[in-house]
Write a protein that binds this ligand. Structure first.
Ligand SMILES: NC(=O)c1ccc[n+]([C@@H]2O[C@H](COP(=O)([O-])OP(=O)(O)OC[C@H]3O[C@@H](n4cnc5c(N)ncnc54)[C@H](OP(=O)(O)O)[C@@H]3O)[C@@H](O)[C@H]2O)c1
Length: 301
């Protein structure tokens, strides 16, 4: 049985990977994050504190467990924070990846790295894996540099690019668009939503599955790993309102220009998923199926 080490295991993708591994028992799991373990189940895997900004800490944990693969989910994921805290964003999104590249080479470990649609400018979406990148934001820039470092290092690696990940886990340090829209509309709060940006939102379970498939199949190369339905952000929020029978009149459609966000966002991203479906047996759910899965989980909580 392969041993995998997950970075950022307290995050949305990290917790979903832990959930999947505990359900399937197909791997030995070393879950790592900064600080206390926030995953509610504490048995069936090992938790180790590991700060990806501390190379000595990373080297020590990896040397101790010698995993077959590292799934790297930890990052500075808030796009606007990356713009206002560039130094830290670079350390987390590029520097930490360089540390992981080193340890993976040393111990012959496969590095499964998560990247983003924000490496593209959004002029030509949906993109395949070979499309030239052109980030508009500092977040996108750092994620692209990390990809370039991994590819140049020529070890065992897979880069999985994803888009707007949604889902629910315990004690989340940040929300996502589906939970945000549902929460606001349930409280009767009016919300402004852009109608001129298009994405393919990704169910966190699908992304977790794709990460594990990349390990099972010894994937090497770049893979698109998003949901399969393209929609504008306002359509996305409209679908959330329809699904939970919420008041759609609270949704005000606006253009991205009027929102004044710190970081620039691409207009139309989205991914062509053919390669990942063919080579990894990736089976993304529809957005409607994703909402139904989330709904069941919310009922259980
Ligand atoms: N979410 C999206 O919509 C999206 C879209 C495209 C690409 N991605 C990429 O997908 C990956 C996973 O995203 P996600 O949404 O699952 O992220 P997330 O929920 O924000 O989780 C990231 C985790 O990393 C942890 N972390 C932060 N600094 C750390 C450090 N120094 N050492 C160890 N752990 C640290 C965070 O800990 P705390 O919880 O304690 O802060 C958090 O739990 C990221 O690489 C992201 O760039 C995400």
């Amino acid at each position: 049985m392969k041993t995998i080490l997950v970075t950022g295991s307290n995050g949305l993708t990290g917790q979903k990977i832990t959930e999947r591994v505990l359900a399937t028992k197909d791997f030995n799991l070393i879950a790592t994050s900064k600080g206390e373990n926030r995953f509610p189940v504490k048995e069936g895997y090992i938790y180790a504190e590991m700060d990806i900004l501390n190379p000595a800490n990373v080297a020590e944990v990896v040397a101790k467990y010698k995993p077959d693969a590292i799934i790297h989910t930890a990052a500075m994921t808030n796009v606007d924070t990356c713009e206002s805290q560039k130094e830290l964003a670079r350390e987390l999104n590029v520097g930490a990846v360089e540390t992981l590249i080193q340890v993976c080479k040393e111990f012959d470990i496969q590095l499964v790295h998560l990247s983003t649609d924000f490496i593209f400018d959004g002029a030509n979406g949906p993109y395949d894996e070979l499309a030239p990148a052109c980030p508009l934001s500092y977040y996108g820039q750092t994620k692209l540099e990390a990809e370039e470092a991994i590819i140049a290092a020529a070890g065992k690696w897979a880069i999985l690019r994803t888009i707007i990940v949604y889902g629910i886990v315990s004690d989340m340090s940040r929300s996502n668009i589906v939970l945000w829209a549902k929460g606001a509309l349930e409280k009767g709060e009016p919300i402004n939503v852009v109608n001129d940006q298009w994405r393919m939102p990704t169910l966190a379970e699908d992304l977790a599955d794709c990460c594990l498939l990349a390990v099972v199949k010894n994937a090497q190369g770049v893979y698109n790993a998003s949901g399969k339905d393209m929609m504008s952000i306002s359509e996305l929020v409209g679908k959330v309102a329809d699904f939970w029978n919420l008041d759609k009149s609270l949704i005000k459609e606006i253009s991205a220009e009027t929102l004044n966000q710190t970081a620039k966002r691409p207009v139309r991203t989205g991914f062509i998923l053919d390669k990942t479906i063919r080579d990894l047996d990736y089976q993304p759910r529809s957005f409607q199926e994703g909402l139904a899965i989330l709904d069941e989980q919310l009922k259980d909580k």
